[in-house]
Design a protein around this ligand. Structure first.
Ligand SMILES: Nc1ncnc2c1ncn2[C@@H]1O[C@H](COP(=O)(O)OP(=O)(O)OP(=O)(O)O)[C@@H](O)[C@H]1O
Ligand SMILES: O=P(O)(O)OC[C@H]1O[C@H](OP(=O)(O)OP(=O)(O)O)[C@H](O)[C@@H]1O
Length: 200
């Protein structure tokens, strides 16, 4: 038996869409049922459904053998895991955004304080960071910050709130991560699963 930690929310929807588009039908039925259960077992694979930042925690501990997580999560925080490979879904990017005509970028609101800190440090720019847990676009509208560092996918949220992108910081993709020990001790089962989902 192997345990696979899946990120709930958008990344899960992208994963299902990717499998549907590629006719990888082994797991779709079991994963898309109407239930609030947070795990399901299909043959030799147990899937658990977790919030993004918790997926590497499960994998690091060995409770899960492999995981699917956004690169945003493992860029923001360090985990003792194998960062195995990029997956062909979950594409978006980190950007700096603000109101049009904004001239100073001294205060930055973000969920991703480490990403923002590194970005402005590399530019040799000293900024104050304001940590928020969501709806980050509100901050420049209300004067809490000059700008934000946030994930942009369609650009719809920025547009609907009258903000524009000033700088793209980095691309984000779904990543396959693995436990440093069980990736080798359960190599055959993991390889078989990765074949079934078309990533090897
Ligand atoms: N538009 C987007 N906004 C945020 N994350 C996105 C977006 N598009 C793809 N992703 C990817 O999906 C992952 C999970 O995103 P999701 O929005 O479901 O979680 P979240 O915003 O952390 O959760 P919640 O909204 O419940 O706090 C992210 O870690 C990221 O890699
Ligand atoms: O470019 P878009 O396609 O509009 O996507 C980007 C938006 O989606 C995410 O927010 P989310 O909906 O997860 O809500 P949150 O602000 O509460 O995190 C992200 O933080 C942006 O606000």
């Amino acid at each position: 038996m192997i345990t696979v930690a899946l990120t709930k929310g958008r990344l899960f929807k992208d994963f299902i869409k990717y499998m549907e588009e590629n006719n990888l039908n082994d797991y779709i039925g079991a994963l898309t049922g109407e239930t609030r259960s947070l795990y399901t077992v299909v043959d030799n694979v147990k899937f658990i459904f977790a919030k993004g930042p918790d997926v590497p925690t499960y994998v690091e501990s060995g409770v899960a053998d492999i995981g699917i997580v956004g690169s945003d999560i493992i860029t923001e925080d360090e985990f003792n895991i194998l960062n195995v490979s990029q997956l062909p879904f979950g594409d978006c990017h980190f950007s700096v955004a603000a109101l049009p005509g904004q001239e100073s970028f001294n205060t930055i609101a973000t969920k991703y304080t480490n990403v923002a800190f590194e970005h402005f440090k590399n530019k040799k720019k000293d900024v104050s960071l304001v940590h928020l847990n969501g709806s980050v676009e509100l901050a420049p509208l209300l004067g809490l910050s000059d700008a934000i560092v946030d994930i942009v996918q369609t650009g719809g949220t920025l547009q609907d709130n009258g903000l524009i992108e000033y700088e793209k910081i980095m691309e984000i993709h779904a990543r396959l991560i693995a436990n440093k020990r069980t990736f080798y001790t359960k190599e055959d089962e993991i390889y078989e699963f990765l074949q079934e989902i078309g990533v090897v």
